[in-house]
Design a protein around this ligand. Structure first.
Ligand code: ATP
Ligand code: MG
Length: 574
């Protein structure tokens, strides 16, 4: 491609809302173009890279035995009613009506559509297993679209769905997808880690996220250097601390004026935080978005609540719960602002962290202004409607598998695999018949890769102050030939024959023949991140050019023939 003919515009200014390198650099390099918040288009260079990532995904999915199809992004609400997700998915679902008032959504994911295909096409065990995928735009009305391609409202996802006879079949399908994902992200040049994950609104039992390690990532992962435990912070189990046994003492009410926080009351009573119980108060909503109850969660004073664990314990969607207005909640349940404890609370669901029952003689709010209770004991003084692990695992806490202190890292979730089991096949009647004409639910898995997010993750891991450094496998072009003086005949001749030579050998080459100053050309080449730059300048008269890899500092003068051979070798090695 001759750059003089390419639709190409770089930006000197950093867009105001761009906070992270991938957003800044992809925009500045003119690879992506924002339409509105969370909605991006792809310009020629960006589109080429995106298609290369898609192609890697496609090749690995095909190799793993999955078949590509393409379904509509527009989905009728009826299918979502059948699975129960029309309500459950909540405000992230883009909903719309046709002229006859029929409800639709723009697919955020396609479990319902694929289950519908399989239930109508598959009847016998002989037709299974099956694995289908597509690469397509997805739509999610994210609460906070940000970071460019990282969290957008329209994005490209590869989604695959497996259909098996039984759990053993699903285990194999899941492992095949897990292995394919490992190959995809390796080929994309990412440093990543598969970690155990929560299944969220999709449902199912077992899940892994593929996390590209990055400081700007929104996922937090806990991992252990001593064993192979690695999980998202949402998912990570937390070890209950078992304190030394104590005699239960008589419960007492104490005057604790103005001590609304755990710090204040523990300071005031000279107690360690481990001796206190912290209350977190929530209101929940029903399917019509009407308030339908209150929830009080109790954890030890030094712990933090893991919201995902609480939502899972309550078995409600994420959007059906929020922090309660304390006054309103107090009128119904007896809760009192910073003085709420489990004793004396009524008419609400009490969820108690699993480590509290073993903790004797604790301090908790008295449900009375300026008062706390001491020597509060589980079983004798209060009970939970639900007792479960609610704790957020923190850096340095004991590993749930081996007990050694855990480490934390940040990352970008680029893909996720789920064992769905029979959640969708049961709800939607996707069954197969065995040899005795007995019906069985099909056992399903689903597997997503954020293709556009992967593009952003690659930039996060491969850039410097001057721009992007694309790995060869996903670079929009392999080589850029920078022609220093486009009106110098000798230089232009050498550049042109290098261009022809490389192109004829299968290299993807950009020839910067624009009427621009050399400085501009060098800056642009660095910004758009083409892996190999061959500069044709003054030495062209002697057949000599400058060869530089974008990822390396050094720069060498070699003959045009040597430069071509070197570039081709680097391309072949990808
Ligand atoms: P997140 O937790 O980041 O919101 P998710 O777990 O809801 O993502 P999945 O339903 O697992 O996402 O979707 C599969 C993949 O699609 C994700 O692993 C991610 O790479 C990508 N993805 C999800 N939401 C977005 C988004 N808003 N913008 C870009 N990519 C996304
Ligand atoms: Mg996910």
């Amino acid at each position: 491609m001759r750059m003089s003919k390419m639709h190409f515009k770089t930006l000197r200014e950093v867009p105001a809302e761009a906070e992270i390198p991938s957003h800044i650099l992809l925009t500045r390099a003119g690879m992506i173009r924002k339409l509105v918040s969370g909605v991006y288009g792809f310009m020629p260079l960006g589109w080429r890279t995106l298609r290369k990532i898609e192609q890697i995904v496609r090749e690995e999915m095909d190799a793993a035995g999955s078949q590509e199809i393409l379904m509509s992004a527009l989905q009728p609400s009826e299918l979502w009613e059948e699975s129960g997700r029309w309500y459950q998915y909540g405000p992230e679902l883009f909903r719309l009506k046709d002229r006859n008032d029929r409800q639709f959504c723009l697919g955020p994911t396609h479990e319902e559509i694929f289950t519908d295909i399989v239930r109508s096409d598959i009847s016998s065990w002989r037709q299974l297993p099956q694995n289908l995928y597509q690469i397509q735009h997805k739509y999610r009305d994210e609460a906070r679209p940000r970071f460019g391609l990282m969290r957008s409202r329209e994005f490209i996802m590869k989604d695959a769905y497996s259909f098996d006879l039984d759990e053993a079949g699903l285990d194999k399908s899941y492992q095949d997808m897990y292995d394919a994902y490992t190959k995809v992200f390796t080929r994309c040049g990412l440093t990543f880690r598969p970690v155990e994950a929560d299944s969220g609104a999709i449902g199912g039992s077992n899940s892994h996220e593929f996390t590209a390690l990055s400081e700007v990532g929104e996922s937090e992962i806990a991992y252990c250097e001593n064993c192979d435990m690695a999980a998202t912070s949402e998912r990570a189990a937390c070890v209950d601390e078992v304190p030394a046994d104590e005699e239960m003492l008589a419960m007492e009410k104490v005057h604790t004026p103005g001590t609304k926080t755990i710090e204040e009351v523990c300071d005031f009573l000279k107690l360690p935080k481990e001796k206190s119980i912290k209350a977190l108060l929530f209101v929940t909503y029903d399917e019509n978005y009407e308030q339908n109850g209150y929830v009080a969660a109790f954890i030890r004073g030094d712990r933090e609540l893991n919201m995902t664990k609480l939502i899972n314990a309550l078995d409600i969607p994420e959007h059906a719960i929020e922090f309660a207005d304390e006054k309103a909640m107090g009128a119904v349940t007896g809760a009192v602002g910073g003085f709420t404890g489990p004793v004396g609370l009524h008419d609400c669901t009490i969820v108690v962290d699993s480590e509290l029952p073993a903790h004797k003689n604790m301090c908790a709010g008295a449900c009375e202004e300026d008062h706390h209770l001491i020597n509060v004991n589980y079983g004798r003084d209060y009970e939970g409607d639900i007792v479960t692990d609610l704790k957020l695992l923190k850096e340095g806490d004991p590993c749930p598998c081996c007990g050694k202190p855990v480490k934390y890292a940040r990352g970008i979730e680029v893909g996720q695999v789920f064992k769905l089991g029979t959640k969708y096949s049961k709800a939607m009647g996707a069954t197969y018949k065995d040899d005795n004409q007995q019906d069985h639910d099909i056992v399903m898995g689903c597997y997503g890769i954020g293709v556009t997010r992967t593009m952003a993750a690659i930039v996060e891991q491969h850039h410097d102050d001057n721009g992007i450094i694309w790995p060869m496998a996903v670079a929009p072009y392999h080589v850029i030939i920078t022609l220093v003086k486009q009106d110098d005949e000798v230089q232009a001749g050498v550049a042109e024959s290098l261009y022809q030579e490389l192109t004829s050998k299968g290299a993807e080459v950009l020839l910067d023949d624009r009427k621009e100053r050399p400085g501009v050309k060098f800056k642009d080449a660095d910004l758009i991140g083409i892996p190999v730059r061959i500069t044709v300048g003054r030495d062209a008269a002697d057949g000599v050019v400058e060869f530089k890899e974008r990822a390396k500092e050094e720069n060498e003068k070699i003959t045009a023939e040597e430069a071509a051979a070197k570039a081709l070798a680097l391309i072949a090695a990808k």
